[in-house]
Design a protein around this ligand. Sequence first.
Ligand SMILES: [Zn+2]
Length: 228
Amino acid sequence: MSNYVYVHDVTLGIIDELGGYDKVFLDDGLYSHYYYRDHLSSLNVPIYFSIPTSFIYNGCVRRHFPKFKEPSVYMYEYHCKNIKSNFMTWDEVRSLKKYDNFYIVPHSHYHRTILTNGRCENINDKWKRCLYKNKGFDCFDIISGFRSALVENGFEIISGKLHKRNMNDLYDFIIRDTQLMMDMFLYELDDVPHDYVFPFNHQSDFLIDILGNEFGFNNFYGKDRNEL
Ligand SMILES: [Zn+2]
């Protein structure tokens, strides 16, 4: 059984605790991961910065930590107002490469969710309501929640109506998402990665086969991590 931990926001209060794990995965390229880089490096455990490439943007390195925001706030800002400042810039991600115990690993491009059917629950976050309302869809009667769009067929919203995806749609999405991510790793980081961290820890044999056979990934992380 692995002794890995999965962390979203990094704060001074949790850094010491992270030193007790074999591997630390920092989720989604948040700015706090960059801001506390020296503290994290001093832990001397492997730190995996899991990067969804569409969250990262062009900009220089920053020195000051903006006011701490709850995930519900910055997810709302990102998804509904296109504010990305809670995530790292490419210059900040690149600057992490000089640390011996840091690894920059892919975590999809879009980090997208797909709607699934069933009862109405798990959809009350403000950003989810806003995101789907912006697509002209305001009826959650048959929607139960969200899964990674790389794993579940689920439903797309097109012109305010639900459309069920088939396996070809799912395959096409996986190829498009992964190719975009690989292109950005090569262009921005001069890297062809072989490790992959599953968004939301959701995985399937179908996804693993494509990532392995068509893109050369051979190390997968997700289901065996502990959440902190
Ligand atoms: Zn994630």
